[in-house]
Design a protein around this ligand. Structure first.
Ligand code: ADP
Length: 191
């Protein structure tokens, strides 16, 4: 399975990514997690990424594309993968098409989690208290939402036109959302 999990900040991508990846026996690849790991280890990539992340902006495409390409090339991603937080720009979509096409495979599905805007803000403010992420302040949350609408929301139409988009209601209990995703994905043919 080659899957993408999309949704606005706070939609529950990270939470669901782990369950879905385990279900299909593929690695969950989260660009946000990889950036945060680099930030905490103080690598050059982390130093560069932190400037953007703390402002709620996207890390430049070249940096992100390069990082994802390296990760997808690893052995565990041969049978498939679930991408959480990538692609987020049209340029990243094109880049990912190239990466997958090169291996002769195809993208199986793009899952979008939809959640009410007020609920999203509540979840992020809640996470700010429990996880202490430096990008979960009110100003930065607002900026991340703007950047998502401007740069990432258009991707939904792109994948809908390809006929691989699956929209899932992300409201309610975590387990219920997981069950909805499984039901939708179990119904599609695996490549
Ligand atoms: P969120 O919970 O807001 O969806 P993530 O944990 O997925 O956030 O990502 C945190 C930050 O990492 C983003 O705000 C952005 O700065 C950076 N980032 C993650 N994925 C990408 C990407 N595909 N392209 C550019 N920047 C990214």
């Amino acid at each position: 399975m080659r899957l993408i999990l999309m949704g606005p900040p706070g939609a529950g991508k990270g939470t669901q990514a782990r369950f879905v990846a385990d279900h299909f026996g593929v690695p969950a690849i989260s660009t946000g997690d990889i950036f945060r790991a680099n930030v905490s280890q103080g690598t050059p990539l982390g130093v560069e990424a932190k400037r953007y992340m703390d402002a709620g902006e996207y890390v430049p495409d070249e940096v992100t594309n390069h990082m994802v390409r390296n990760r997808i090339d690893e052995e565990d991603a041969r049978p498939g993968f679930l991408l959480d937080g990538y692609p987020r720009t049209l340029a990243q979509v094109t880049e990912l098409d190239g990466m997958i096409g090169f291996t002769g495979h195809q993208l199986d599905a793009v899952v979008v989690l939809t959640v009410d805007p007020e609920e999203l803000v509540q979840r992020l403010l809640q996470r700010a208290q429990t996880d202490g992420r430096t990008d979960d302040t009110e100003d930065v949350i607002r900026r991340r939402q703007e950047v998502y609408s401007e740069q990432t929301e258009p991707l939904i139409g792109v994948y809908r036109d390809r006929g691989i988009l699956i929209e899932i209601d992300g409201m309610g209990e975590v387990d219920d959302v997981t069950a909805r995703i499984f039901a939708a994905l179990d119904a599609i043919p695996q490549s």
